[in-house]
Design a protein around this ligand. Structure first.
Ligand code: HEC
Length: 298
């Protein structure tokens, strides 16, 4: 189990792209021809589990993609400075959109849901992939996950790391919580239908939200849901065992505590495992409260 918070990725912006060849051009390679083989059986701990809307695969059935097959897709070399280890590290990466293009998707698939070995999750919609160009790290200094952790770090980021960088897409600099789009320990992806997986927070009490509650829903999906499941079992991580009802009680009746906890959990409870969100504005915290309590629009 990886117990560390993902937020260590958040503050690192000195990430340099090494353009060995014209990355933009290479990205246009037609991957439809180079489809990823899906295996019914796991062959190694470094296989990526793929579930969800896969063409020709019965619902609820997992398939496995091998590291070597991902490595055979068009890859790119990037230099990551001070990320996993101090100093420059050469990364071999494949764009998540190229993985997406090489998978046989069934009707309705429009989103990648990534799940980590410790129950952390991240969501990548198609527009997010197109705009922010997330990529999967396959090698660090030429060494694959079978040789990880790389020298100098104490935790193992394998089997896969998904990452975003301003050097690849400038829009990454505008993300509220960039760390939530940089999960490590990614072991599985689901090809999902966004509306289906998040239906419970778009229906019932959540069907006609106020403007700020809708804004809070976006923050919830992109940040809080990394560790928290939503109401009605809506998709989210399992790193937090706090039921949504407990969060809703704080948001409804104990707003000062809620805000303090979201901004600085360790300041409220020593040893809290939740990551801090000190950069959230009052408005963003109010939006989260409005979403969690399902504040209706007028
Ligand atoms: C990295 C994982 C992680 C993320 C991201 C996260 N939480 Fe948590 N949260 C936890 C865990 C774990 C707990 C259980 C208490 C603890 O160890 O901090 C928790 C507990 C809480 C609590 C309950 C505190 C209590 O006293 O019971 C609230 C409220 C909360 N989270 C709100 C949020 C909101 C809102 C967001 C999004 C802005 C969020 N969390 C994002 C992991 C996370």
């Amino acid at each position: 189990m990886i117990v560390c918070s993902k937020c260590r990725f958040g503050g690192l912006s000195s990430f340099k792209a090494l353009s060995l060849g014209l990355m933009g051009l290479i990205a246009w390679v037609d991957l439809a021809r180079a489809g990823l083989p899906l295996h019914a059986e796991r062959s190694s701990p470094f296989d990526l589990t793929v579930t969800g809307r896969l063409e020709g695969v019965p619902a609820g059935t997992a398939r496995y993609v091998r590291w070597a097959d991902l490595r055979a897709l068009p890859t790119h070399r990037l230099v990551l400075d001070g990320e996993f280890v101090k100093g420059e590290q050469v990364m071999t990466v494949v764009y998540l959109s190229d993985v997406w293009n090489a998978l046989p998707k069934a009707k309705g698939a429009d989103t990648v849901l990534a799940t980590c070995t410790d129950g952390y999750t991240s969501v990548y919609t198609q527009p997010f992939m197109a705009e922010n160009r997330p990529f999967v790290i396959l090698e660090i200094n030429g060494a694959g996950p079978d040789a990880w952790p790389p020298p100098g770090i104490t935790y193992n980021p394998g089997p896969y790391v998904i990452f975003v960088s301003t050097k690849v897409a400038s829009t990454v600099g505008t993300l509220l919580d960039v760390g939530h789009k940089r999960p490590w320990g990614v072991a599985a992806i689901e090809l999902a239908n966004f509306d289906e997986r998040y239906a419970a927070i778009h229906s019932g009490r959540w069907s006609r939200l106020s403007g700020r509650a809708s804004e809070g829903r976006q923050i919830w999906i992109n940040s809080c849901a990394s560790c928290h499941q939503g109401p009605g079992g809506v998709f989210g991580g399992t790193k937090s065992d706090r039921p949504f009802e407990v969060l809703a009680a704080h948001a409804g009746y104990n707003q000062a505590y809620f805000k303090r906890y979201v901004r600085d959990p360790q300041g409220v409870v020593a040893g809290a495992k939740m990551e801090a969100h000190p950069h959230y504005s009052e408005g963003q915290l109010d939006a989260l409260i409005a979403f969690i309590t399902a504040e209706p629009g007028s």
